[in-house]
Design a protein around this ligand. Structure first.
Ligand code: SF4
Length: 195
């Protein structure tokens, strides 16, 4: 899908390609720096996101902000979105056919942002980007590569809120992301207070 941000925004707004649009208040495309070197992909909008129209603004989003701050990266300097742009009923996991229906939008966002590093947050993003056979527990903490883009997976912040014991592993993953960005000469630009 070749597009511009304006066209993409309209296409997402008009989309009725899966049943998720029937229960959501509004579409949540994502937000952040549209040409960020680091792109984060989560699962789906939740209640707060559905209400506020922004990705990752609920409790999990607040934890994500802290996680980024822990490696001195501001939310404004990255691009954040989800595998699906509509809130699933009762925050259930999106079905494979729903992520498949929404995938063209994710791919279009990926093409427009053109990130150098992608961080996948949780199992749905992992299956959507790496493939159905990949499991977060097995692939987190490892680097993957797709068309020259370095891809790391870690736990979704919502999973970290449920299971604090995973925070240490997530911290190790984030340190690897910081190191990769540093190696690519991109870290300074993402740091708080840097031009
Ligand atoms: S989740 Fe994606 S594919 Fe489904 S209706 Fe919403 S925007 Fe369209």
């Amino acid at each position: 899908m070749e597009t511009s941000w304006a066209k993409l925004s309209q296409q997402i707004s008009d989309c009725a390609a899966c049943a998720l649009c029937e229960g959501c208040t509004q579409k949540i495309p994502g937000q952040g720096d549209p040409s960020a070197p680091l792109m984060l992909i989560g699962e789906a909008p939740g209640e707060q996101e559905d209400r506020q129209g922004l990705a990752f603004v609920g409790a999990a989003g607040q934890l994500l902000t802290k996680m980024l701050e822990a490696i001195q990266i501001t939310r404004e300097s990255v691009y954040i979105c989800n595998t699906v742009k509509c809130r699933p009923p009762n925050n259930r996991t999106p079905l494979p056919e729903e992520t498949a229906a929404c995938e063209p939008f994710l791919l279009a966002q990926w093409a427009l942002v053109s990130p150098k590093v992608v961080l996948l947050l949780g199992s749905t993003a992992v299956r959507c980007v790496l493939g159905e056979s990949y499991r977060i527990t097995r692939c987190r903490g490892q680097w993957f590569e797709r068309n020259g883009v370095a891809i790391m997976a870690t736990y979704h912040p919502a999973a970290l809120l449920r299971d604090q014991g995973r925070k240490r592993e997530a911290w190790e993953d984030l340190k690897q992301v910081r190191q990769k960005l540093d190696t690519l000469g991109l870290y300074q630009a993402l740091q708080r207070g840097e031009p």
